[in-house]
Design a protein around this ligand. Structure first.
Ligand code: DWN
Length: 409
């Protein structure tokens, strides 16, 4: 198992700031009758003040996590479909309008939620997607897929075959790639001289502010801040030219970079870098205090679920998320505390959750089961889920969340 006691970006020593113990794979859903030994790894986080990069010490091999039956599908959320459509249209209008035959690349295109809008308009593109079933779904949506991990070598090959890329995009992907320097080199090789690298990921500043430690799991080898992104891409000759805070996934940041000196950075760059220093995102002690809040949050959630049980309630979770795997394993939550997890992803239904082995059932069963208490494990989709099920609270059902602290909605 790859283990880094040194920072993957700077090579500087890491300080261990958070220990979440032995964990299964975040997306390691399995058949209820599967008795094979479950893969686990030690989820510890390190920090380097040299790069300001928050990262996992150990990460399972990418091939173990991102295989052909990779469970997550981007298009399960109507809110996310709208988010990616709006962004694709903005890129087409603002960035591609005056270009002749531009080439657009997305790293980790999953089921084609973003790139399908380029395919629909006949724009040359390539979706890089190593996992088989999501790649198939993207192809079915008309997307041209290259079924590989993105590397420096692939960046060079793509340029030789298709020419330079006007835009390289990645959503919730960059933070998954351990060889971040190799990726930066591949992007530098592929990007047009005035091209843009645009990517969005869960934002470290929001994780610290909200105590959303469930953003930490095997797939997220990094949680980025603007400070760390600036440090990572500097060696590849790229600089930050814009930053946009997003509400998606409970708090994300969209980073826009270009070749050094080719674009005037927007004022948001200096403002957010300064805000991050004020929040202490460049200091080890910030993460050591965060670790204490994480322990308290996990204990409070377990106790809330125990109280629900003691009061005789049936208990469900809403959303078979990768994130909740971290919570269940760290807090010691199992099928003794939660009866079922409701979810709308066809390939998760009928399986049990990683580690905790809680059955995943169709979200349509929410109406018939009417659990007394429902832990909103997909808290990042709160508005979409809670609004759609307004009947639940109206009939006395209780939503429970752990963000920003454990409380009833
Ligand atoms: O970075 C990642 C993000 C983007 O997606 C990946 N590493 C893996 C995955 O993380 P996650 O599983 O924590 O993502 P979500 O989007 O929080 O998962 C939501 C889950 O809830 C999905 O299984 C779908 C389900 N869901 C549902 O059943 N009904 C979601 C919505 C909105 C719904 O209405």
């Amino acid at each position: 198992m790859p283990e880094a006691q040194i920072c993957r970006a700077s090579g500087a020593p890491l300080t261990v700031v958070l220990d979440l113990g032995q964990q299964p794979l975040g997306n390691g859903f399995r058949a209820p009758d599967d008795t094979s030994a479950e893969y686990t790894y030690w989820l510890r986080c390190g920090f380097s003040e040299v790069s300001s990069l928050f990262q996992l010490i150990e990460q399972p091999d990418p091939a173990v996590m991102f295989h052909d039956a990779y469970a997550f599908r981007s298009s399960t959320s109507a809110g996310m479909r709208a988010h990616f459509q709006a962004h694709a249209e903005r890129i087409i209008d603002e960035r591609l309008g005056d270009r002749t035959d531009p080439f657009v690349v997305e790293l980790g295109c999953n089921d084609g939620i973003w790139l399908r809008h380029f395919a629909d308009r006949g724009i040359r593109h390539a979706g890089i997607e190593p996992t088989g079933e999501p790649a198939e779904a993207a192809r079915a949506a008309g997307v041209d897929v290259v079924q590989e991990f993105f590397t420096a070598d692939l960046g060079t090959r793509l340029r030789a075959e298709h020419g330079p890329a006007a835009v390289i995009y990645a959503a919730n992907v960059m933070c998954h790639i351990p060889d971040i320097r190799g990726v930066a080199d591949g992007i530098a090789a592929l990007l047009d001289d005035d091209g843009l690298l645009v990517f969005e990921d869960p934002y470290l500043g929001d994780v610290i502010r909200l105590g959303s430690y469930d953003q930490i799991y095997d797939e997220h080898v990094f949680l980025f801040s603007a400070l760390s992104v600036q440090a990572i891409f500097a060696d590849a000759g790229l600089e930050l030219i814009d930053l946009e805070p997003l509400v998606t996934h409970g708090g994300s940041m969209r980073y826009t970079l270009g070749r050094h000196g080719r674009h005037a950075p927007r004022p948001a760059v200096a403002q957010i870098l300064e805000q991050e220093r004020l929040q202490g995102l460049d200091r080890t002690d910030t993460y050591l205090s965060f670790a204490q809040r994480v322990r308290a949050s996990a204990t409070a959630l377990l106790e809330a679920l125990q109280r629900a049980r003691a009061a005789g309630h049936t208990v469900a979770a809403y959303g078979a998320t990768s994130k909740s795997t971290t919570i269940y394993a760290y807090a010691g939550i199992t099928s003794e505390h939660i009866d079922v997890i409701l979810d709308n992803t066809p390939n998760k239904i009928g399986l049990v959750s990683p580690g905790a082995h809680i059955p995943v059932v169709d979200e349509a069963e929410f109406q018939t089961r009417r659990p007394g208490v429902t832990f909103l494990s997909a808290w990042n989709h709160q508005r979409e889920i809670v609004q759609r099920h307004a009947w639940y609270a109206a009939q006395g059902g209780v939503w429970l969340t752990h963000v920003p602290e454990v409380h009833e909605l």
